[in-house]
Design a protein. Structure first.
Length: 271
């Protein structure tokens, strides 16, 4: 199978001089997590919702920042005739989730982890390398969850949250009220609810943008049940609660690195 067999041919692009506020608004309207950036109609970089949430909050100059100031460049690309295995290797090696597809110096599509796993789920191990012993019939949430959970109080300003997320290398934090989990904030929440609306992150508190009520699960629940909850609610991570206490967090990555056979729950077959 080749890249052209699974890529998305329609690619959203923006000029490098467009403001980040407009970029985030277009991403939100299109329901996408990245945009290819062009200069004189030639692809030169890419911007993701994580770039926006982390890099913009750090500058505190939302409306004045042009996308060329935060884009990832030079652009890593692949040709449509390349084998899917080559795309997998390149994405895994560079730790990226999407690759613009170029042919004769023209942008003809984009290939993502989702494109690949919905058409070729056997490549799941490329993006979710095995961790620990794989014994799916016995796995419970407590067997695969991450124990160390980053939390922030609901009154914490978004600027501090983004800084802590960047330092910890994570894409979300659980929000608490009087030490009780009440919501969650992700990269996308920050990009769509703060940056897109050209608000000052330093003046916005976590409780104003968090997703709430919180969807949780117990550690003794089966991984199968966790898959169903995550897929049904369109979320990628879920706090784990025991006796009203936060004891961990389970994510799509936690599950697929231990039980890769569940890949189709998150990446349903297409084509």
């Amino acid at each position: 199978m080749k890249v052209e067999d699974v890529m998305t041919p329609k690619v959203i692009t923006e000029d490098e001089d467009v403001s980040v506020t407009i970029i985030s608004r277009d991403m939100d309207l299109s329901g996408i997590g990245s945009v290819v950036i062009t200069k004189e109609d030639k692809p030169v970089g890419i911007v993701t919702d994580r770039d926006i949430s982390i890099k913009i909050c750090a500058t505190r100059r939302t409306g004045k920042v042009k996308v060329k100031e935060i884009m990832s460049s030079p652009l890593i690309t692949i040709e449509p005739e390349a084998l899917l295995e080559e795309a997998c290797e390149l994405m895994a090696a560079k730790d990226i989730r999407r690759l613009p597809v170029m042919e004769n110096d023209e942008l003809v599509g984009i290939v993502s982890v989702r494109n690949i796993l919905t058409r070729a789920p056997e490549h799941v191990h490329r993006f979710y390398p095995a961790e620990g012993e794989v014994v799916p019939e016995r796995l419970e949430v407590g067997d695969v969850m991450t124990l160390d959970v980053i939390t922030e109080d609901e009154a914490t300003p978004v600027t501090k949250i983004t800084k802590d997320m960047e330092v910890s290398g994570i894409g979300s934090v659980v929000i608490t009220s009087e030490d009780k989990p009440v919501g969650i904030v992700t990269d996308r929440d920050i990009a769509s609810k703060v940056i897109m609306k050209d608000k000052k992150a330093s003046e916005i508190k976590a409780k104003e943008i968090m997703s709430s009520p919180l969807i949780t699960i117990k550690p003794e629940a089966s991984v199968e049940h966790a898959c169903e909850l995550l897929a049904e609610n369109g979320i990628r991570r879920m706090p784990v609660m025991e006796n009203d206490k936060l004891v961990g967090i389970i994510s799509v990555r936690n599950i697929l690195t231990r039980a890769p056979e569940h890949v189709k729950k998150f990446y349903p077959a297409q084509g």
